[in-house]
Design a protein around this ligand. Sequence first.
Ligand code: FE2
Length: 436
Amino acid sequence: MGTTADAWLPSANFWQNTFDKSTNDGQEAALFKNIVLENILNSQCGIEAVRQLQIEKARSASPSSRLRLYINNDRRDDLADLLLEPPSNSGNDLPDLVSRATGAEKFCLVVNNLELLVGDVSSVLGTFLETMFACRGTPIGGCEAVLFAGNYAETSFGFHEGFEHAFLVHLGPGVKDFYCMPSNTYVETTGGREPTFGELDFLLERSTKFQLDPGDILYLPAHVYHIGKQTSFSVSIALPLYNVPQERFFLKGVLPLLIDELLVKSEQPGSPYLPLNAGADTFLASQLPILESAVKNLQAQCHEHGPDILRYYWYRLMSNGYWEVRQSSFEDLEKTNSLNEREDSFMPGDLIELKKPFKAFWSQLDCKDNELRIFLKGESTIADNKPVIIQTLNNLNSYYAFPIPSDQSVLDLLSVLDATGALIRHNKSQTSPLSN
Ligand SMILES: [Fe+2]
């Protein structure tokens, strides 16, 4: 749905022509200037992420994202903990906050899954990625936003290899110099694949240098070696694209789910004590058939439940706006909602709108004929199978504000979906910001 607010987004022509030519079909690093303007997303998202983690810690909630602090290339979990105890005056910017909390003047802060902490990051950068995925498809493992903030002279991981194709969105305020080198040149120059710390001139002079100004986006293909250097504070967001090898994706992501289901089903007695002097071959002869039978059971489990697991995954990834799907359950969604009882429950006629790039999906997975399973932002819940529910979901997917119909099952569903944080409420008196 095109709006004036989306005018900054790259067009299909950009991805099909400019991007493909500049990156040699995604194989080489390339810099795209002045894409994310300051009024769309800026370096304030760094301090917002830390404040959000402080709030989660104060509520004793398990943190939704992982924060790492590096001082002089050393990871300092002790100081990172201090950062999450808000000082009485936490300052207006990240260097001030870090210095007050930890005493460190030079630092590098890394926060994984930034998309879970800062709404503007999931919306703005998710919508940016969606324009690419619409042309090239989406990675099977989704994608992630990782915050890199600091005033360190150079990246704390040395001159190192990247393992996924990624974008680096530079938000300033400082400028960052980014040096890139193809992996074969790096291995030829250093004699190995390990990162290089310390004296780097011999690598920098053989590298391609990109100057990242605020708003620029660097495309960094997998296996390109790189390091960022800067003289003043800046914030960048890396967007790794998880097109992990498919077999690895299934072995690590799907098999554990099937194994868990199998373990719940199996009610076997404890194993016998092993004779001490029987030797390894006797052990093998008695146990190998059991291992083989476990694999057969797993295969049967895969035939029975594999299709539903894959369907669930598809809906979760797509409804999550292509951000990586984290382990969660529908019970969690209902639980979170009851914890966040709002005084202002939804009323018929209230205007409501869905945040991009999230989408609502519905299916009959794991529910009765008169029910639907609704997916939003990677979560799911059950609702009545009624035309007014489907109409409401279609309205959400239009990304325009619309009035909530007078129907109790819709009100109940929206109050559960609200726990995902993907819904925007407007007061009745407001008109839709998107309707102009
Ligand atoms: Fe990196």
